[in-house]
Ligand binder design. Structure first.
Ligand code: SAH
Length: 343
């Protein structure tokens, strides 16, 4: 059975015409899918009854089925979704603090093949890619939950999985999130985060749309990065940074680097110095993150004074840097904590 989120206005019209249903019905259906998001075709009140029945029997309206919801003391929400084959994923909804705008942190794979040393998703291994609909529906679901109480202003592909290992579905999902007939979220407010898949970065920079790029860097050199992110072994920091620099030059957009600080590993004065040197000339911003608890991986979070010294040094070296506060830790909804099953 196809899913409604697979369709674009054009392909939905084609389907309707092939069923001898007037094409204009597409313009009535899509707002119920993306604007006044309904959970049942029977709520699409401007459609004839026989069309509602046809749709409910032939096209799946939601590919994610909420099994559990947790709410953090900071207002972050986490949903555990079952997919149609029984696999499960998690998605987070993060309030911006203004009472209106929210960010959805979406998953793009069940598990992840990248196996980063400190990430709970990598620890569970890789099961499969998500489909376009499964990605879009995480955002549609939360938009439906918020209703008139708020709006989804941002989407970050920072949940489970590596977006550039599922490139086509991720970009097709981002298209539906961005389109005016879709969720109408500004392209600049949709950020894709990668461990550093070079081919993905190169394809991404050729896309004319203004989606944002974040790179999980976490280290200034291969010796450290290989320990934290095994995927780096085939890539190398310098090669990755060259692709990031090209991206920034071609798109005129700034790259965000994520940098999670671990004691005596990547939080030293030498690491800060090497990082500042290597980032020189790249239009970028560094987000420093304290590691969230995942499993017993043996790495130790950087003490507060090292974090502050690291930040201070980068600032002095004219690197744009922000100390990020983690959201949703008490419900395991923070960076690196999302996984399958009830957690
Ligand atoms: N695979 C993509 C998308 C995942 S984004 C990527 O690597 O960018 C999830 C972010 O959380 C990544 O920056 C990841 O490195 C980071 N992360 C993983 N485990 C973490 C942890 N325990 N604490 C803080 N951040 C973590």
């Amino acid at each position: 059975m196809p899913d409604i989120s697979e369709y674009t206005p054009e392909s939905l019209k084609e389907l309707l015409v092939s069923l001898k249903i007037p094409a204009f019905r597409s313009k009535q259906i899509l707002p119920w899918v993306y604007k006044d998001i309904v959970s049942d075709y029977s709520q699409m009140t401007n459609l004839p009854q026989d069309l509602r029945t046809y749709l409910s029997e032939n096209i799946r309206l939601f590919t994610v089925d909420e099994k559990l919801r947790k709410i953090s003391t900071d207002g972050t929400m986490k949903a555990l979704f079952a997919l149609k084959d029984g696999e499960t994923i998690e998605t987070a909804l993060i309030p911006s603090g203004d009472g209106v705008n929210y960010t959805v942190c979406v998953s793009c794979q069940v598990g992840c093949p990248m196996n980063c040393a400190f990430c709970a998703t990598g620890h569970m291994g890789f099961l499969r890619n998500l489909t376009v609909s499964e990605i879009v529906d995480q955002v549609r679901f939360f938009s439906m939950v918020l209703g008139k109480q708020g709006r989804i202003s941002n989407v970050v592909f920072m949940g489970m999985g590596e977006p550039f290992s599922n490139y086509d579905a991720v970009m097709a999902a981002a298209t539906r999130m961005n389109a005016d007939w879709g969720l109408n979220i500004a392209a600049r407010s949709i950020t894709i985060s990668t461990v550093g898949v070079i081919s993905g970065i190169r394809n991404f920079m050729a896309d004319p749309r203004q989606f944002g790029l974040a790179v999980s860097l976490h280290a200034p050199n291969d010796e450290i990065r290989n320990k934290l992110l095994p995927y780096n072994r085939g890539i190398g920091v310098d090669h990755l940074l060259k692709a990031c620099k090209d991206y920034a030059n071609v798109t005129k957009r700034r790259v965000t680097f994520e940098y999670c600080l671990f004691k005596d590993l990547n939080d030293t004065y030498e690491a800060a110095k090497e990082l500042a040197e290597k980032l020189r000339g790249i239009n970028c911003h560094v987000n420093l993150i304290a590691p969230n608890e995942t499993f017993d991986h043996g790495l130790v979070a950087s003490p507060r004074e090292n974090v502050l010294a690291f930040e201070k040094y980068l600032t002095e070296m004219h690197v744009n840097v922000t100390l990020r506060k983690s959201m949703g830790q008490d419900i395991s909804a923070a960076c690196g904590q999302l996984k399958s099953e009830n957690s």
